[in-house]
Design a protein around this ligand. Structure first.
Ligand SMILES: NC(=O)c1ccc[n+]([C@@H]2O[C@H](COP(=O)([O-])OP(=O)(O)OC[C@H]3O[C@@H](n4cnc5c(N)ncnc54)[C@H](OP(=O)(O)O)[C@@H]3O)[C@@H](O)[C@H]2O)c1
Length: 245
């Protein structure tokens, strides 16, 4: 699909149909978590850049976006057949989900979901889309040998959050064993904010990033910019990257 769209764009450019400043390639992007706090910004950002978005919810009537390039569909990440159906003709799958009543990190939604998606992508060969998974800051390194999750454990925390944090660490560990499918693990900083889209942020790796005042934040809108940048440019293939101001 990418190549086909790319050729179309080259054709259009050579006849002056499309301004060079417009998006070079319209991607087909499948977004799990489209009704969520982060995922809704991802849908918004992808549409704003001219991509074709398939927004997934277990109840698609809850998807409030309306746009000619948007399709709202029913889907469940715990259902492999449903993933396989929706993955066809997609260039990128973005997974930004939380929830469920898992009692252990091994059964946390994010840990289970990445493996289910990878298993489906393995069956698709060269036509498989890339996976971009929204991970957790608990997996970031605060000092040698210490994860942010280790620091969080010292304070009180609801059980569901502890399961999610550890589940997200396991999701990263699992993905790092995967070499036959294209994936990226996008890691937020300590805190999301409802701030504006600025387009200005830093991209890092395993280390937790803090700004000059010691804050580790990003607005959900800017995090979405980083995700769609990654969808377009594939700069962190089979790697984790982190995003923060
Ligand atoms: N600092 C941090 O590290 C940090 C902080 C916050 C969040 N996060 C991460 O960011 C991601 C998104 O968080 P959020 O705050 O945007 O979550 P949210 O607002 O609670 O949204 C959760 C989304 O998950 C979807 N979902 C749940 N179960 C699903 C399933 N079985 N199949 C498909 N979709 C399912 C829901 O969709 P439907 O109900 O419509 O199906 C909903 O859109 C999560 O991975 C979370 O761990 C990280």
């Amino acid at each position: 699909m990418l190549m086909r769209n790319g050729l179309l764009v080259l054709f259009a450019l050579s006849f002056g149909v499309m301004a060079k400043s417009e998006n070079a390639v319209a991607l087909n992007i499948l977004v799990y978590g489209a009704t969520g706090k982060v995922g809704s910004h991802v849908v918004d950002e992808a549409l704003r850049r001219g991509h074709n978005v398939t927004a997934v919810s277990r109840d698609p009537s809850r998807i409030k976006f309306q746009h000619p390039n948007l399709r709202a569909v029913q889907g469940d990440l715990l259902d492999s057949a449903s993933i396989a159906k929706l993955a066809v003709n997609q260039d990128v799958i973005i997974v930004s989900v939380r929830g469920g009543k898992s009692k252990t990190p091994e059964s946390a939604l994010q840990r289970v979901a990445v493996e289910k998606v990878v298993d489906v992508l393995r069956t698709m060969g060269d036509s498989a889309p890339r996976l971009i998974h929204v991970g957790g800051a608990g997996s970031l390194v605060v000092k040698p040998g210490v994860l942010y999750a280790d620091e969080l454990r010292k304070g009180p925390m609801p059980k569901w959050l502890e399961v999610e944090i550890q589940g997200q660490i396991l999701a990263l560990e699992y993905l790092r064993t995967v070499t036959d499918v294209k994936w990226s693990y996008a890691t937020p900083p300590k805190n999301f904010t409802n701030g504006q889209r600025t387009g200005k942020f830093r991209i890092g790796g395993d280390k937790l990033m803090e700004d000059d005042s010691g804050k580790s934040t990003i607005s959900r809108a800017d995090f979405a910019v980083a995700l769609i940048d990654e969808a377009e440019n594939a700069e962190h293939m089979n790697k984790r990257f982190s995003v923060a101001y």
